[in-house]
Design a protein around this ligand. Structure first.
Ligand SMILES: NCc1[nH]cc(CCC(=O)O)c1CC(=O)O
Length: 364
């Protein structure tokens, strides 16, 4: 450690890092701007903030289906190595891509105010369809999320769902390609709005038609557990209502995971009296079989006065879902996973399926 950083923390430069995609860079710059506004530099010093962008396993492999890729830390693992080594100080993530259990030595320092968490429809350029109901029978809808496919197969049995990969620009190009297969895509509204594609969204797909992913629309900042200075800075970024909702949603997913990737959807609302840090949290969750045949849904509602109480409510919802049918869905997914691992031709392929199917990344 240099003398400067050990004696004068005000002079420390804090490096914010993320993936290098356009969306990730925009998100990191949102956090940068908030930090610079909250901690302006003064003539006598103050904080310096800078950014660093890196590509991850998820970025490098855009041809394989998400569920066949490297497991739950697809987007975060390489960044966490840089964080732990001290090369960077804060990781800016889409919270929905952050595994529900963080590696030892890392913690979520901040959760920022959420954008609308809903999923929305984007239709091919030149088409006049606005909603899923408008699409002709047999239309191909692009999404790489098993959660969306599972829920929508039930309600739109005449539509076809097809994987679509790549960053948002790539996906939009695939949608609009004249000879491309897609009539429409389903994407998280938050990401589309952030990259400036908001005007392409033709309709929101709201619950109970489609429950969104856990933590969708929220940004999370991951830091080293022992970095007291980063934690102090992060406190200025956190929007407590979003934090409590997302911690409750993440607690629900953590209990449901039990080592397998599941199509989990949620919806949460927190009504808080003005000026007070407590409120009534209502959380709805659902688990849907991959083929869309079975669907379990439940809602819980309680007064909460702390993060821990919000998390406890999320865990309680998960237990109710497990008791009311989610267990059978999870068991079936596990049996399918075992079968696929058994059928794998090489140990390498088996390990790949094993880790990929332990992944919530596939359920986004
Ligand atoms: N799974 C990829 C991903 N991770 C975060 C977002 C953007 C939305 C968000 O911040 O929740 C997206 C794109 C999408 O699902 O359409």
């Amino acid at each position: 450690m240099t003398e400067q950083s050990s004696t004068d923390s005000a002079m420390r430069t804090i490096t914010l890092a993320s993936r290098g995609s356009q969306l990730a860079q925009i998100q990191t710059n949102i956090v940068l701007a908030e930090l610079e506004a909250a901690f302006p530099s003064t003539s006598s010093g103050g904080h310096k903030f800078t950014t660093s962008f890196m590509s991850t396993a998820g970025d490098k492999n855009q041809s394989q289906a998400l569920y066949l890729l490297g497991g739950k830390a697809l987007w975060t693992k390489e960044l966490e190595v840089a964080l732990k080594e001290g090369d960077v100080d804060m990781l800016v993530h889409s919270l929905k891509d952050v595994p529900t259990t963080l590696p030892d030595g890392c913690l979520l320092g901040a959760i920022l105010k959420r954008e609308d968490p809903v999923d929305s429809l984007v239709v091919k350029k030149g088409k006049s369809w606005k909603t899923l109901e408008d699409l002709p029978d047999g239309s191909v809808v692009g999404t790489s999320s098993v959660r969306r496919v599972a829920q929508l197969r039930r309600k739109f049995p005449k539509l076809q769902f097809l994987d679509v990969r790549g960053n948002l620009n790539t996906r939009m190009a695939k949608l609009d390609a004249e000879d491309g297969p897609y009539a429409a895509l389903i994407l998280a509204k938050a990401g589309m709005v952030r990259v400036g594609f908001g005007d392409r969204l033709t309709s929101d797909i709201l619950p109970p038609t489609l429950y969104h992913a856990v933590s969708q629309g929220a940004l999370g900042v991951e830091i080293r557990s022992d970095d007291a200075e980063a934690l102090r800075l992060c406190a200025a970024l956190t929007h407590w209502e979003t934090e409590w909702r997302c911690l409750a949603e993440r607690a629900c997913l953590r209990v449901l995971e039990g080592g397998c990737s599941v199509p989990v959807g949620v919806f949460s609302e927190l009504s808080a009296p003005a000026g007070e840090q407590k409120g009534v949290l209502k959380l709805t969750g659902c688990v849907t079989a991959i083929d869309g045949q079975t669907h379990v849904e439940h809602a819980v509602e309680e007064s909460v006065a702390s993060r821990e109480e919000a998390e406890a409510l999320g865990a309680k919802l998960a237990k109710i879902l497990i008791e009311t049918g989610a267990k059978e869905i999870l068991d079936e997914i596990n049996i399918d996973r075992e079968k696929r691992i058994g059928e794998a031709k090489t140990a390498d392929e088996a390990a790949k399926i094993e880790s990929a199917m332990a992944a919530p990344a596939a359920s986004t």
